[in-house]
Write a protein that binds this ligand. Structure first.
Ligand code: MLT
Length: 267
């Protein structure tokens, strides 16, 4: 796109290849490094933004009471990031907890979305047992650190194929999880336990949406993804063989191909 911009006392002409920014929102308890294979391997000209959510990675860990952690707070942080970068619209890609945040972002700032990619996630709120599980996890983190819940989660996160044949990825993810600050992890557990049911919002999603799920996802299985995709007017579903709950890491080739196709259809 040709552009003219006023700088100092002149109009400066420049070409801008544009490209719809992609905003990659990580899962729990992770950080932006989970998108390594997308940052290096997507092979597109779009601008890719991969932030660390509040309380994770290199971002600030707020020390106020835990009510400063919520899906709305994470979504508002992301909107503020877009404002700071003067970006009007993005394609938001959210994995699991990143998907819960995508629903909050859509509810609060629908005009900032060009497309949605919901990966290994679900719109429903936690069941009573699920909420109790979050409280138990908070206690474990308080007593033994994040390692305690990483050990519980690892077997559920990956497909059998990954657990057996890609130990280096499994250990990398374990390291990523255990280095997250316990304050941010506890905050996220509170936020997930308190999140609302986003199922009633699904029919109001107008933007093109891609739903991706690993065929062996035990936490948010393909049946949930199918139900979710059926309730979104403009959604397409991709089930990726051989992957569990962490499809972009377990099957980066097929995941990136699917994402590239979706992006090219949006242009
Ligand atoms: C995630 O991958 O973000 C978590 O599995 C989400 C959750 O615990 O509900």
């Amino acid at each position: 796109m040709d552009k003219l911009i006023s700088v100092n006392d002149i109009d400066l002409f420049f070409e801008d290849t544009g490209g719809m920014p992609l905003l990659l929102v990580h899962g729990f308890p992770m950080d932006h490094t989970m998108w390594e294979k997308q940052l290096t391997g997507l092979g597109i000209h779009e601008r890719i933004l991969a932030p660390d959510l509040r309380g994770f990675g290199k971002s600030t860990v707020p020390t106020r009471p835990y009510d400063c952690y919520s899906m709305d707070a994470y979504a508002t942080d992301l909107r503020n990031l877009l404002d700071a970068l003067s970006l009007q619209q993005v394609i938001l890609v959210g994995l699991s907890m990143g998907g819960y945040i995508a629903f909050a972002f859509h509810r609060l700032f629908p005009e900032r979305l060009k497309g949605l990619v919901l990966v290994d996630t679900r719109p429903t709120e936690d069941t009573p047992d699920g909420k109790q599980g979050r409280l138990d996890a908070i206690e474990k983190v308080r007593q033994g650190g994040v390692k305690m819940i990483a050990d519980d989660m690892i077997p559920k996160l990956f497909s059998l194929n990954t657990l057996k044949n890609n130990r280096s990825l499994v250990e990398k993810v374990r390291d990523m999880m255990t280095r997250q600050p316990s304050g941010g992890v506890i905050g996220a557990l509170h936020a997930m336990a308190d999140r609302p049911d986003s199922t009633p919002d699904l029919p109001s999603i107008q933007v093109p949406t891609l739903v991706v799920v690993g065929a062996d996802d035990k936490l948010t299985p393909p049946e949930d993804a199918m139900r979710m995709a059926r309730n979104i007017r403009n959604a397409r579903l991709e089930i990726i063989p051989g992957a569990g709950h962490l499809t972009p890491l377990e099957a980066p080739g097929p995941f990136n191909r699917t994402l590239r196709e979706f992006i090219s259809e949006l242009k």
